[in-house]
Design a protein around this ligand. Structure first.
Ligand code: ATP
Length: 221
């Protein structure tokens, strides 16, 4: 039987409980065997500030998921270097494991922008796309939030709660426990010396403190 694999990409600067809980709820609801966490080398949509070194972001992901055998840290984008396009990553994963059923997990904030991503159509050919709540955005009437041109590419599949993209791929929406935390707000809190306890796994919090990550920065941080 082919293995059902989740893929959660992001800058993970740093990884936080919002990412972890999303992956866990999607893993359970979509019956995934594993979820790959893929830190981007250089995300195309976040060029406004320098990211923390990729090796450090990958290390934080490894620390965060080390106690969960269903979660796997992937260096695929960090090793490839350059601008990280999800379509390239999903294509590479498909080549490495042709039988895997890929499930690409994105929060509602990212989904709203997805029609602007490189080869967005191809992403739907390569993977089932699972969209989750990302507070304050919920997946209720999510399709309506897409620009009309992008919306036309999907049709509802009656009785399944999911949509089919014109490329043939599936699009599902999943309600998850909303945790209104972002890496941006965590970096800002750390810079101001505020507590981030319970918003990061303790191992990641310790790593951040030991390495003095995010202690300095400007308003874009
Ligand atoms: P930043 O604040 O630096 O932009 P971020 O917290 O949005 O970062 P990313 O690493 O960019 O985190 O997010 C990667 C993926 O995880 C995206 O699909 C995003 O929608 C999702 N995600 C991030 N935070 C949450 C959250 N709190 N709940 C659900 N999904 C989330």
């Amino acid at each position: 039987m082919s293995r059902r694999l989740g893929v959660l990409g992001g800058s993970f600067d740093p990884i936080h409980v919002g990412h972890l809980r999303s992956a866990e709820e999607v893993r359970e609801a979509q019956a995934l065997e594993s979820v790959l966490f893929v830190p981007a080398a250089h995300p195309p949509h976040k060029q406004d500030r320098p990211l923390t070194d990729g090796a450090l972001r990958l290390r934080m992901v490894e620390l965060a998921i080390s106690d969960n055998p269903s979660f796997i840290a992937s260096a695929i984008e960090i090793e490839r270097g350059g601008t990280s396009y999800s379509v390239d990553t999903l294509g590479e994963l498909r080549r490495r494991e042709p039988d895997a059923e890929l499930h690409f997990i994105v929060g509602m904030d990212a989904f709203r922008e997805m029609h602007t991503w490189r080869d967005c159509e191809r992403i739907f050919e390569l993977a089932t796309v699972v969209v989750t709540d990302r507070p304050p955005a919920t997946v209720d009437h999510a399709i309506d939030h897409l620009p009309v041109a992008a919306r036309k590419s999907f049709c509802y599949v009656p009785g399944t709660g999911s949509y089919r993209h014109e490329s043939g791929g599936a699009l599902r929406f999943q309600t998850i426990t909303g945790i209104d935390v972002s890496a941006t707000s965590l970096r800002a809190a750390i810079r101001r010396g505020r507590s981030v306890r319970y918003l990061l796994p303790p191992s990641v919090e310790r790593f951040v403190i030991d390495r003095e990550l995010y202690a300095k920065g400007d308003d874009r941080a």
